[in-house]
Design a protein around this ligand. Structure first.
Ligand code: ARG
Length: 684
């Protein structure tokens, strides 16, 4: 078989979208493709948010979910299924669906667990029989039976030709698969599946805490993942922007606000105001509590409390808490002045958030929020709940008692307060119905801390009990554990910007230690910022989502171990090698890959071949660590290769082929980092 194994079939017609505009033609025109393709408006974003590249194909296979022109391993799965099917009486479809990934390369590139074929034979014997019947092949070595598994190893040269050839030509699109997100895989004209990913969702005037940070990181990653799997992704931020605290904030602004400070740094200023006015509330709370206790004591003794009660009423009436309640009531009633002020706070905060999100390479399609839920949607929801018998009256409030509906663990939840006002849960119920109507999504993911497991479980259960099981089934809560001790070097953290600045400063110090390298970095501050952000994000994505972790500034910024800086270093080193080689990257795909015979080279190619499968697996686990561990596996392999596979000083042909291998590794590293939401640096 020649070196262009698939030259006939490699006819990928791309849905390519990227910023800056790519020249490829979209296959599936859709709203989101066009949206992603437009430049970020000059909203004074400090850095424009970069889009991802996506490819799809019109070449399909008889096996479902098999795209040999996009995923090299699909060539092998298809080949093995067909050949083994011909040689035995096992159905190729069954073989295809049972071919499994291996955890380590010594177990083969693909493995077939004989037991999964549901044939009445001892698995070990069956495995041996299948292995022996597998015919001579151009693509794979004669398989070996290892216990109940048949292990298949790809022959190096055709694999190298396919994988390296593709990575170097498809570049950022390698591994992506627009066909995965099609509504109907057999008819692309029906369009992409749509997913809403709700994430970040901070509360205006309150600190952006670690929970919001994790939601932002994980949500951004999920948005990228679904994008490269061809879904139409709607990124939604559901702000905490409604409630009595906005009454408090508005009144507080009258006492402590400063127009100039608000314009300059709305988030910090509003937070300051909020802290100050809350201090007032705290000061007033004491005397009110004291009076209440006095009244209680006197009542117990049967004494007259009328005078004290009048005094209490007076105190309450002028208290900030009560004023806030009244102000918020006027907002709820639609008072234009009250709303205008609130809306300014909201707009200014969003503008500032946008800048911070841009540093994380994230932009939202929708800034929704608790304030945006229409009372009409909530009252429709009440009616539906009532009709379905979900709710009941209790002490003047309306509640849902889940214990009566087969969900003991969910307890009871108040849906409407005694005074008729809705709650956090009520707004979410209104919102889920609105979103369904407005977006007709195929899936919706809520990226929210595990502390709110109960809240989301109640939301989905109510939705189901309302007769909307169809809707509840399309929704999913992606949760995560707590971060402990998130603080800056100066003390406790208030906002994301503080953390990012601090980590950036720390990385800047580290960079300065190497004077020579430092002098070559064109934009050291920006690079330090990127490295800092990478540190925070990699630390966050290192474990499974449900596990919490300790926020450790020293550990995350270290070059020792599997850290963000180490990952960036691995990328920068490959870039530096490319620069020093003096070779033109665009010509590397014509290198002679038959020269790549060393174990290190072959294994690296095998690892690069599995990147599309890693993405597919990640779409199942929805864990950033699935991608991250793959990338670290690669960086480890790379660092043990540098001494064995030297580029500088090798013969021209060998040099070119090795450089091609490293360039391909750099590309896949880059693609993986981009899915995680990281910005790979070229120098550091
Ligand atoms: N703003 C909320 C908080 O900070 C998170 C919102 C989560 N999303 C939702 N649909 N309830 O706790």
């Amino acid at each position: 078989m020649g070196r262009n194994l698939l030259s006939g079939a490699l006819r990928f017609t791309g849905v390519f979208f990227s910023r800056p505009l790519s020249t490829r033609i979209p296959l599936i025109p859709s709203r989101s493709l066009f949206r992603t393709a437009t430049m970020a408006s000059a909203d004074s974003l400090p850095a424009s948010v970069q889009g991802l590249t996506l490819q799809s194909t019109t070449t399909t296979s008889k096996f479902p979910g098999c795209f040999p022109t996009l995923n090299p391993m699909d060539i092998y799965r298809q080949h093995i299924a067909e050949e083994l099917g011909k040689a035995t009486d096992v159905e190729p479809d069954l073989i295809y669906s049972r071919l499994a990934w291996t955890n380590t390369l010594d177990k083969g590139d693909l493995s077939l667990p004989a037991a999964a074929l549901r044939i009445k034979k001892k698995p070990d014997e069956l495995a041996a029989e299948l292995a022996s019947k597998f015919p001579e092949s151009d693509l794979v070595h004669p398989p070996t039976a290892f216990g109940p598994h048949v292990q298949f190893f790809c022959k190096p040269l055709p694999l190298a030709n396919t994988v390296l050839g593709r990575v170097l030509t498809e570049k950022a699109a390698y591994g992506t698969n627009g066909n995965m997100g099609l509504k109907d895989p057999s008819d692309p004209s029906k369009g992409q599946k749509k997913i809403i990913i709700e994430f970040s969702s901070p509360n205006i005037a309150k600190p952006f805490h670690a929970g919001h940070l994790r939601s932002t990181i994980i949500g951004g990653f999920l948005a990228n993942l679904y994008t490269v799997m061809g879904w139409d992704v709607i990124k939604m931020n559901y702000l905490g922007d409604w409630g009595k605290q906005y009454g408090l904030l508005a009144n507080g602004f009258k006492y402590f606000g400063n127009e100039e400070a608000l314009q300059k740094d709305p988030i910090n200023h509003l937070f300051d105001v909020y802290v100050k006015v809350n201090r007032l509330v705290g000061e007033q709370e004491g005397p009110i509590k004291e009076l209440k206790e006095q009244i209680k004591g006197k009542k117990e003794k049967g004494e007259d409390v009328a005078a004290l009660e009048a005094e209490l009423a007076k105190l309450v009436d002028v208290s900030e808490d009560e004023k806030a309640r009244r102000y918020f009531k006027s907002m709820e009633d639609g008072n234009p002045d009250a709303l205008a002020l609130w809306s300014r706070f909201r707009d200014l905060s969003i503008a500032k958030y946008k800048q911070t999100y841009a540093r994380l390479n994230i932009d939202f399609d929708v800034y929704s929020g608790e304030s945006q839920v229409k009372s009409e949607s909530m009252s429709n929801a009440y009616k539906a709940m009532e009709t379905a018998g979900v709710t009941e009256e209790s002490d003047g409030a309306i509640i849902a008692d889940f214990t009566k509906h087969g969900a003991k663990k969910l307890g009871k939840a108040i849906i409407v307060r005694k005074d008729g006002t809705p709650l956090y849960l009520t707004r979410d119920i209104g919102a889920i119905l609105e979103r369904d109507e407005q977006y007709h999504f195929d899936r919706m993911i809520y990226v929210v801390a595990a502390q709110q497991d109960l809240h989301l479980a109640q939301l989905f259960k109510v939705t189901e009990l309302m007769g909307r099981k169809d809707l509840a089934n399309r929704c999913q809560h992606i949760n995560f554990g707590m971060v402990h001790g998130m603080s800056t070097r100066k003390g406790t953290v208030k906002f994301l910007d503080d953390i990012l600045r601090d980590v950036g400063d720390k990385m800047h110090e580290v960079m300065k230690k190497n004077e020579v390298k430092y002098s070559q970095v064109a934009n050291p501050e920006e690079t330090a910022d990127t490295l800092g952000i990478t540190s925070v994000m990699v630390q966050d994505m290192t474990g499974k989502r449900v596990n919490g972790y300790d926020f450790n500034l020293d550990a995350m910024t270290s070059f020792e171990g599997d850290t963000g800086p180490y990952l960036q270093y691995a990328h920068a080193r490959l870039c530096s090698m490319t620069r020093k080689s003096g070779l033109n990257v665009d010509e590397l795909s014509t290198a002679d890959f038959s020269l790549l015979t060393e174990r290190h080279a072959v294994d690296l190619i095998r690892l690069l071949a599995s990147w599309p499968d890693v993405l597919i697996n990640t779409a199942k686990t929805l864990e950033p660590v699935t991608v991250l561990s793959y990338l670290f596996r690669m960086t480890h392999m790379l660092s043990s290769s540098y001494d064995v596979l030297k580029v500088i000083g090798s013969e021209p042909e060998l040099k070119k082929s090795r450089m091609a291998l490293y360039a391909a590794a750099r590309q896949v590293l880059h693609n993986g980092m981009r899915v995680l939401g990281l910005n790979p640096v070229e120098r550091m």
